[in-house]
Structure formats: structure tokens, C-alpha cells
Design a protein around this ligand. Structure first.
Ligand code: SAM
Length: 256
């Protein structure tokens, strides 16, 4: 079966349920409250199709995207060219990357912190530490696993320009001691009367909350600012008795 990330247009439709201007509002509120430096340059790790790029650039930020897939980067680059602005792309692995100079704000969306083991997680923090200016924020969407490694199942349908994309998402515990689970994403696309099936499947290491804090703040130079359920400042996860279900939590670190 073809890979999802070789078809960025269909990927973009599948994950277009987000309210991008509202998410950029939240990112700007995070900067206003917690960044110790003014922000001009932003970088999205695992940027893929760069869904927030147009909104960020229209608000005056210089956009950088980093991804491992040349096809996804080309798609995002063409989007920038079509809208006639300059953006900067880096073909690199988020586990181990190096920039020419550090930037003001880094972010990562939709749980894209793909690491295969503990060393990968530590290398990631080491790379982000170098890529971010002191006082700058690292903003993460859904990258921390607040639930145990149960088997998750989800599916949804999105439509755009007479194209229908049905997404099926599932996870399955692979190795408990290594905290590895298998993630499967399948897109069933109906486009001009033809049906395509696209898939992505990979093993990833779960990142639990307290080890996330330990690795970022005790082993690397970050300060833990907080985490909030569902992008909602009124729903901090460090307060109260805990929630039955946590969906799309955001987490904020600040570089020391
Ligand atoms: C779920 S998509 C997220 C795309 C986009 N950021 C968004 O919000 O929709 C995940 C992206 O991560 C990229 N990716 C996967 N593993 C990666 C790695 N180790 N380093 C950099 N990018 C990676 C894939 O190529 C894909 O574009």
C-alpha cells in the first residue's frame, strides 16, 4: 500500500479538522505569557505540510520547517511559493538535527515526537536545546502519553473539493518494557470516482508525563512551564484530581 506521507494533499485533507487561526492564537498567548524573549523566528518540527505556516507568516513570523520526508517538504515549499513568501525548510531527523543558529520558538504538532527508544528521546532534547535560544519556548501538541498503553481506535471523515478522506487510527502495545507501541494510520481516499488506500505504520516509544519532565528538566536545560488539556488555558493538567480523558494536551517548556 502507498505511504500517506507520499500524498501530502490527501494527508492535509485528513487532518484539516483543526482550527488553525485559533491554534496560532494559543501559540501567541503562550509566547506573550511565558517566553522570555521576543519571537521573530519559529520552527515546526515534523512540519509535514506545514499547516500553520500561512497563518504564522501572515502574522509576521519567519517560518522554518523540519521534516524527514522530501515529498512533504516539497509540498510545503510549493505552498510558500504559491503565496509568494519565503520560508526555510530543513530535511532532517527530529531525533538528531543541528541548525546554523538558534531560533526563537519551536513547536511540534499532532503527537509527532517520533522516537524509537530512550536514547532517541534524549538526543531529541539535546538537539532542541541547541536549536532554541535561551528564554525561548518549546510548544508540544499531544506528544506526551497521559494514558496507559492501551489499544486506541479512532476514525473520522473529512471532505474538500469533492475528495473524501476516511482516516482510521489505531495503536497496539508492542513491547511493554521498552514502552513501544505500534501506530497504524490508514486513509481511504475517494477522488473523482477512484478509491486509493494509503497507510503509515511504525513503532514508537511512549513518552509518559513524569519521564518527559525528568528528561527535559533534569537531564537537559529546560524549565517545565505546564500542560493543559485540549489547548485550553482553563484546563491545566497539574491541578485538580485528574481527568477521565485527556485529548490533545499541549505542553510548554522554556529553554534555560
Ligand atoms: C503527523 S505528521 C504532522 C505534520 C504536521 N506537522 C501537522 O501538524 O499536520 C508527521 C510528520 O512527521 C514526519 N516525521 C516522521 N518521523 C520524523 C522524524 N524522525 N524526523 C522528522 N520528521 C519526521 C513525517 O514525514 C510527517 O510529515
Amino acid at each position: 500500500m502507498d505511504n500517506i506521507y507520499d500524498f501530502p494533499h490527501y494527508y492535509e485533507i485528513a487532518f484539516s479538522y483543526r482550527d488553525i487561526p485559533q491554534e496560532v492564537d494559543v501559540m501567541e498567548q503562550a509566547i506573550a505569557h511565558y517566553s522570555h524573549i521576543p519571537v521573530k523566528t519559529v520552527m515546526e518540527l515534523a512540519c509535514g505540510n506545514s499547516p500553520h505556516m500561512l497563518e504564522l507568516v501572515s502574522r509576521g513570523y519567519e517560518y522554518h520547517g523540519l521534516d524527514l520526508s522530501p515529498t512533504m517538504i516539497k509540498f510545503a515549499q510549493e505552498k510558500a511559493q504559491t503565496h509568494n513568501f519565503e520560508a526555510h525548510f530543513h530535511l532532517a531527523d527530529l531525533v538528531n538535527f543541528q541548525l546554523e543558529e538558534p531560533l526563537d520558538f519551536l513547536y511540534i504538532m499532532l503527537g509527532s515526537l517520533y522516537v524509537g527508544n530512550t536514547e532517541g528521546l534524549l538526543n531529541h532534547f539535546r538537539s532542541v536545546e541547541k536549536a532554541l535560544k535561551p528564554g525561548g519556548l518549546y510548544f508540544l501538541d499531544w506528544c506526551v502519553d497521559f494514558s496507559p498503553l492501551d489499544n486506541v481506535q479512532d476514525s473520522w471523515v473529512m471532505r474538500r473539493d469533492k475528495i473524501t478522506v476516511t482516516t482510521q487510527y489505531s495503536t497496539r502495545l508492542f513491547h511493554a518494557a521498552d514502552q513501544l507501541y505500534q501506530e497504524n494510520i490508514t486513509l481511504t481516499v475517494k477522488d473523482q470516482g477512484r478509491q486509493h488506500r494509503l497507510a503509515h505504520s511504525g513503532l514508537r516509544r511512549a513518552i509518559f508525563p513524569q519521564e518527559f519532565i525528568l528528561a527535559s528538566t533534569k537531564l537537559h536545560n529546560f524549565e517545565f512551564i505546564g500542560w493543559w488539556d485540549n489547548w485550553d488555558w482553563q484546563a491545566p493538567l497539574q491541578e485538580g484530581q485528574g481527568r477521565a480523558e485527556i485529548t490533545r494536551p499541549i505542553t510548554i517548556l522554556r529553554r534555560l
